[in-house]
Design a protein. Structure first.
Length: 382
């Protein structure tokens, strides 16, 4: 659940000391912080040396917090060239508040898979090592990690179905599958041959979490499984990046809920976006091979707008919902997207990372992405 911290002035010495840890989270402790000034809005910061005027930035960001069609935006962070350009929080939220990821967690899971592939623990194009699929004649045994990351496993997973309580992600997260989410997800039958059909699925990401945990420990003890995954995640990703606020959740079987439930403050979500923008490089250290990000940011065979567990700014097949804004920004733009309007948006050309967190129903969430496109459009090349 979301933890609402007591409000504090932004960029105080205490906040800076907390954020100035290992890796790119230290960027929030920039010397420019002392020169920055607040705008007239509460808990709103714009850098004094931003490449465009404070009035222009404030005019573009303010609607996210004040206009009903964007309700309700709770946090916003804008970075360019590795520096914080703007930051704002709604009343009741601040730089210490942890926000739920929803499906933004999928991109974190993809990075963790990439680390294990780099370590030789997993193989991208080998059959996924899921014990339940290894029986002779079980066609699910042909599903590869690549197909899981591309949401093309062929498994019969229905996301956001009607009625909602029959949706597989709802059943897995909250109903009959909640005690052993991986078991529920892995137990579904094939509805298509592996690799033939795009089917967006939070259940798929939980399968990937289970695969990672099994690569780290053979134990079935939930506490052992949870600790193995957390130790790996902290040591290989969170600590090198300085993402000290991130807390993933686990089910009762000790499987990380890698498709839906991770919590982190807005600055750490921006840190993750910067990590993606820099293709795994942190302070000159390559944490994960750049080739993994090339894979993540390459269109999957069945949906050009989806890569390796991340959304791309490209047009989708006919009949699919629009994602991002392919007519208004380069195809190199990409994003981690989550339920209720969670967004980490990255533009490599403009060296921009933009984070919007809040609670907006998905069926009225399109204006949020359109406003973020407008903010991106006014940002100059850095």
């Amino acid at each position: 659940m979301m933890l609402a911290a007591m409000k504090k002035p932004l960029l105080t010495a205490a906040a800076i000391s907390i954020c100035a840890t290992i890796g790119i989270s230290a960027l929030f402790a920039s010397d420019n912080a002392a020169e920055a000034s607040k705008t007239s809005a509460p808990d709103s910061y714009i850098a004094a040396d931003a490449a465009i005027s404070a009035n222009m930035l404030h005019g573009a960001i303010d609607p996210l917090f004040t206009q009903d069609k964007f309700s309700e935006t709770r946090a916003f962070v804008l970075m360019q060239g590795g520096e914080v350009v703007a930051e704002r929080y709604a009343p009741g939220y601040d730089a210490d508040t942890r926000f739920i990821s929803w499906s933004m967690a999928k991109s974190v899971t993809a990075v963790l898979i990439g680390l294990m592939v780099a370590d030789g623990k997993l193989v991208l194009d080998a059959p996924a090592p899921v014990p339940a699929w290894q029986r002779p004649g079980d066609a699910r045994g042909n599903i590869t990690l690549r197909q899981l990351l591309h949401m093309s496993s062929g498994l019969n997973h229905t996301e956001a179905g009607d009625p909602i309580y029959e949706s597989d992600e709802v059943r897995m997260l909250f109903l009959d599958g909640r005690g052993d989410m991986a078991g529920y997800a892995e137990g579904q039958v094939l509805e298509a041959n592996p690799g033939e059909k795009f089917e967006y699925s939070s259940n798929t990401s939980v399968i990937l979490s289970d695969i990672m945990t099994r690569a780290l420990t053979k134990s079935e003890d939930p506490d052992v499984r949870r600790k193995a995954m957390m130790d790996f995640m902290r040591g290989r990703l969170l600590e090198p990046l300085g993402m000290t606020s991130m807390v993933p959740e686990f089910d009762r079987s000790g499987t990380m809920i890698g498709g839906s439930i991770m919590h982190a403050n807005a600055r750490d979500w921006a840190t993750f976006g910067e990590f993606l923008r820099n293709k795994g490089s942190v302070a000159g250290n390559q944490i994960i091979p750049r080739a993994w990000f090339d894979f993540m940011l390459t269109s999957s065979p069945n949906d050009p707008a989806y890569g390796g567990h991340i959304w791309l700014n490209k047009k989708r097949p006919a009949g699919s919902d629009i994602v991002l804004f392919p007519d208004d920004a380069p195809s190199s733009v990409f994003a981690c997207l989550g339920h209720l309007g969670q967004v980490v948006l990255v533009s490599p050309e403009k060296r921009v990372t933009m984070v919007r967190l809040g609670k907006t129903q998905d069926d009225v969430g399109r204006p949020i992405q359109e406003q973020m496109a407008e903010i991106l459009a006014i940002m100059p090349r850095s």
